[in-house]
Design a protein around this ligand. Structure first.
Ligand SMILES: Cc1cc2nc3c(=O)[nH]c(=O)nc-3n(C[C@H](O)[C@H](O)[C@H](O)COP(=O)(O)OP(=O)(O)OC[C@H]3O[C@@H](n4cnc5c(N)ncnc54)[C@H](O)[C@@H]3O)c2cc1C
Length: 471
């Protein structure tokens, strides 16, 4: 890459090749912007990782993604539509209650008829549209909001397990405004979240309404196909094994930054007019110390929940419980350590081979952070015993893999909105510095891609002479 101080050509460097950084670099490429992506590990994708072993296909991170219209458009652009696999949209999800698997009600009508909840809770749902309320002036936790609107049972058996599934979070700490902003908006606008949901649905165009919720998707060879296909499009602009150590402003106020990195034990530098930090927040906190020191504390203060992922393979006849859906979420009151079990081979073909099943247990999270300090063997053992109990499994697994993510998911805890606002202000105050990542506008793959695209548009506009900061 030429030195912009000599060539006059403006260029961007994206740091971090998870899905956020890949999406950002892809959009920069589409905009015709010269760029380089530096990724510390030896593969693109970050938390995304598919492992194929002995005929089993396991995911070490995200198990699937929601096929939103923008994500499906990207899949078409990448030419990997034929590899896309959509799960059956009717596949049920379950919650464990008193040791039994009960279907999660997916509509207000289904909530009224579910045996998962007592009569009192069902009445609270039915009457919610008629009990108009307003959000309190101070920021509210998810737990406080749900207790106030729907009561403890709905928190315990529906919302907390769901929060574990998305954020591996603690609902007592998670901010409603930051994690589920539409719920607060609906309460403010209509006095009722169910009324808000109905209004928002009726405002949708007819085609969107009949299409229903975006399907859960993966690829024939797993979620990694998405990251690998983007990286393939970026070609030799992706530099793997390049760990960025520090950023140095070259000409104060001029917006040119020197990026110091090591690759294969050798130190090297790049110079860029725009730097996109697409790393997790702790790494970004370290890197901004010399260019935007005020942001270091904000970024370092974002809490992360640790998670361990255990892939298990069995012969079908070992499973005593029908597994005909997405999987099961396990409320903390059930006294089982595993947070949830995904039934991979029920969702997508080609995960286990004939007569076999692949399942994945997720354990840890903000309410049980210490489990990732256990050995792989100990973690596999805990999850295996939990799966045996929940799914009535007999005999040992024929395949078992463990992956630990000490900083798996950023926590959108109380105050998170102020942190994101400060990061945006810091971006505007530091010409040429941009952020992307799962701690900004949502942790899902779809949100990371949208955030990566938006950051690329801001960086491209800046390089073309526009204003600093996120558009
Ligand atoms: C167990 C688990 C299950 C999940 N399940 C789902 C799911 O089912 N569906 C869904 O939509 N989402 C899911 N998610 C969330 C989603 O996978 C992540 O939020 C998303 O992949 C994060 O992407 P990212 O690019 O922002 O960050 P990351 O994937 O963390 O990527 C950051 C990259 O930056 C690199 N990096 C860090 N420091 C440096 C440095 N100094 N120099 C160079 N490179 C550096 C890292 O090596 C890494 O590759 C799950 C997450 C986890 C952990």
């Amino acid at each position: 890459m030429p030195d912009p101080r000599q060539s006059g050509e403006k260029q961007a460097v994206v740091i971090g090749g998870g899905i956020s950084g890949l999406a950002c670099a892809y959009r920069l490429q589409q905009r015709g912007m010269p760029f380089t992506l530096l990724e510390a590990s030896d593969k693109p994708g970050g938390l995304i990782g598919t492992v194929e072993e002995d005929g089993f296909l396991f995911e070490s991170g995200p198990q699937s993604f929601q096929g939103s219209e923008s994500l499906l458009q990207l899949v078409r652009e990448l030419g990997i539509e034929s590899e896309l696999r959509k799960a059956d949209p009717r596949a049920p999800r379950y919650v464990l209650r008193n040791g039994k698997l009960l279907k999660i009600p997916m509509s207000p009508q289904a909530i009224l008829g579910t045996s998962l909840l007592g009569l009192g809770s069902r009445w609270k749902v039915a009457s919610e549209p008629f009990r108009k309320t307003q959000p309190p002036s101070e920021e509210e936790s998810v737990a406080k909001f749900v207790r106030r609107k729907f009561g403890h049972e709905i928190l315990e058996y529906l919302v907390s397990p769901f929060v574990s599934g998305v954020y591996a979070g603690d609902p007592e700490k998670l901010s409603l405004r930051a994690a589920f902003p539409t719920l607060e908006e609906w309460e403010r606008a209509y006095g009722s979240v169910l009324r808000g949901a109905m209004k928002s649905r009726s405002a949708q165009p007819k085609e969107r309404k009949s299409a229903g919720a975006p399907p859960l998707c993966s690829f024939q060879h797993g979620v990694s196909t998405l990251a690998q296909s983007i990286a393939a499009k970026l070609g030799d602009r992706v530099v793997l094994g390049a760990h960025v150590e520090a950023l140095r402003p070259c000409d104060p106020g001029g917006g040119i930054t020197q990026i110091q990195f090591t690759q294969n034990g050798r130190s090297d530098t790049l110079v860029a007019n725009a730097v996109v930090l697409a790393t997790p927040a702790p790494a970004a906190a370290h890197l901004v110390a010399s260019v935007a020191p005020l942001l270091t504390r904000k970024l370092a203060g974002i809490a992360y929940a640790p998670v361990a992922v255990v892939g298990l393979g069995y012969y079908s006849e070992q499973i005593g419980q029908p597994i005909d859906g997405f999987g099961v979420l396990i409320p903390r009151a059930e006294d089982i350590r595993t947070l949830g079990i995904v039934w991979n081979s029920s969702l997508f073909e080609g995960r286990a081979g004939e007569g076999r099943v692949a399942i994945t247990g997720i354990i840890g999270g903000a309410t049980d952070p210490d489990v990732v300090n256990e050995s792989d063997q100990a973690i596999a053992c805990i999850v295996q015993l939990d799966c045996e109990r929940v799914l009535k499994i007999t005999g040992a697994p024929i395949a078992s893999c463990v992956w630990k993510h000490p900083k798996a998911l950023p926590q959108y805890n109380l105050g998170h909105g102020h942190v994101v606002k400060a990061i945006r202000e810091g971006e505007r105050a530091t010409p040429g510095l941009f952020f992307a990542g799962n701690y900004l506008s949502g942790p899902s793959i779809g949100k990371c891609i949208e955030e990566g695209f938006a950051t690329a548009e801001s960086a491209a506009a800046y390089l073309q002479g526009g204003a600093a900061g996120h558009v």
